[in-house]
Write a protein that binds this ligand. Structure first.
Ligand code: NAI
Ligand code: MG
Length: 353
């Protein structure tokens, strides 16, 4: 198994180092693991000018899976878009055709206090948000700014989805639900948006191929309310790029800290990029303060999705659970008065467990 390690900027390298240790530990005794490091983001800019060098893209293409850290630092906005370190991830996603973004929202019982919701509402939370990543209003054409006859400026974007784009993400959702509690909730805004009317139509049609999975539909505003009120009702949520962006951050806050959240992005061939949901956290970078758990859990997702190694994935997830039960905390998940450990100590404890 060949893994491209693109650690990137800020806390990216710090958390990725701990994820690599977890991977090496759980695969100990296997000589199959091959790690190939390549620069991306600001680190790549300082080496050669391009935040996504061709050589890095090639390394990612050749690998069986990609472990990504974070890209982007303060001041990026002054650069042209394509040269911004933060844009390297978007370019990488597009180049690899990564269209299915899996973001689990899972509450570790030991962290119930860190959630924004009451224990009786949140205990047992385990939902999977599946966000379409390659289309929607983020990429739709035409887009731009124009001057109206009145002389006023107007900005505009186009929300669009094709049948095939909806079909492939719907299949992912139903297949994921089969591995879980067999429920899919599709989130749209079919009452006012044409692209979402098609979305509902196509998801419903694909759903007939999965009679064993229960399909429901919610408008996005109602979905936001339902997720806050009764989060345990949800198993798999499938939605478009824009709504998925927002709802996954909403779900994130139920689990305590952004430092706890892993993600996977897969393409049509099943190739995956695995990364923590958080960014480069320049405010804490270089101080051994970052929580490495999001990156470590991303490795567990990699073992499960890219290598069919569910048992090893569970060993990593159990190890995380164990150290949290023991009371170990990084500063982001410590309650006031609770002592905390650094990135390396947390990583070492998890590897030990
Ligand atoms: P961020 O996720 O980097 O940080 C937000 C807040 O969460 C900060 O207070 C940070 O200290 C904290 N935080 C993040 N990860 C943490 C961890 N593992 N442990 C403890 N605390 C953690 O988002 P922000 O500040 O909006 O962006 C900073 C830079 O990262 C920007 O340049 C942005 O473009 C980039 N970014 C990159 C992403 C990626 O590579 N996937 C995603 C989001 C932002
Ligand atoms: Mg977001």
């Amino acid at each position: 198994m060949k893994i491209a390690v693109l650690a990137g900027d800020g806390i990216g390298p710090e958390v990725t180092a701990q994820a690599v240790i977890a991977l090496e530990t759980v695969l100990a005794g296997s000589d199959k693991l091959e790690l190939v490091y390549a620069p991306i983001g600001g680190a790549a800019v300082s080496e050669g000018g391009d935040p996504l060098p061709e050589a890095t893209l090639e390394t990612a293409r050749q690998a069986d899976a990609i472990l990504f850290g974070a890209a982007g630092m303060p001041g990026d906005e002054s650069l042209p878009y394509a040269q911004r370190p933060g844009a390297s991830l978007l370019r990488l996603r597009q180049a690899l055709g990564l269209f299915a973004n899996y973001r689990p929202a899972l509450l570790f019982p030991a962290l119930a206090q860190a959630s924004t919701l009451k224990p009786e509402v949140i205990n047992g939370l385990d939902m999977m948000i599946l966000r379409e990543l390659s289309s929607d209003v983020y990429f739709g054409e035409p887009r731009g700014e124009r001057v109206l006859p009145s002389g006023e400026r107007e900005g505009y974007n186009t929300m669009r989805y094709s049948e095939s784009e909806i079909e492939r993400i719907a299949h992912c959702a139903f297949q994921t639900a089969r591995q879980r509690r067999k429920r899919v909730c599709s989130v749209d805004k079919a009452n006012v948006l044409e692209s979402m009317l098609l979305w509902r139509d196509v998801v419903t049609r694909v759903g007939t191929q999965y009679p064993d999975v229960a399909l429901s539909h919610l408008f996005v505003d109602a979905a936001a309310m339902a997720m806050m009120r009764r989060p345990l009702d949800f198993d798999v949520i499938v939605t478009g790029n824009l709504f998925g962006d927002i709802l996954s951050d909403l779900a994130a806050m139920m689990t305590g800290s952004i430092g706890m959240l892993p993600s996977a992005s897969l393409n049509q061939k099943g190739k995956g990029l695995y990364e923590p949901v958080h960014g480069s956290a320049p405010d804490i970078a270089g101080h051994d303060l970052a929580n490495p758990i999001a990156s470590i859990l991303s490795v567990a997702m990699m073992l499960r999705y890219s290598f069919d190694m569910a048992e090893q994935a569970e060993r990593i997830e159990r190890a995380v659970s164990t150290v949290l039960e023991q009371g170990l905390r990084t500063q982001d998940i410590a309650t006031p008065g609770q002592s905390s450990v650094g990135t390396r100590a947390m990583g070492e404890a998890i590897a030990q467990a």
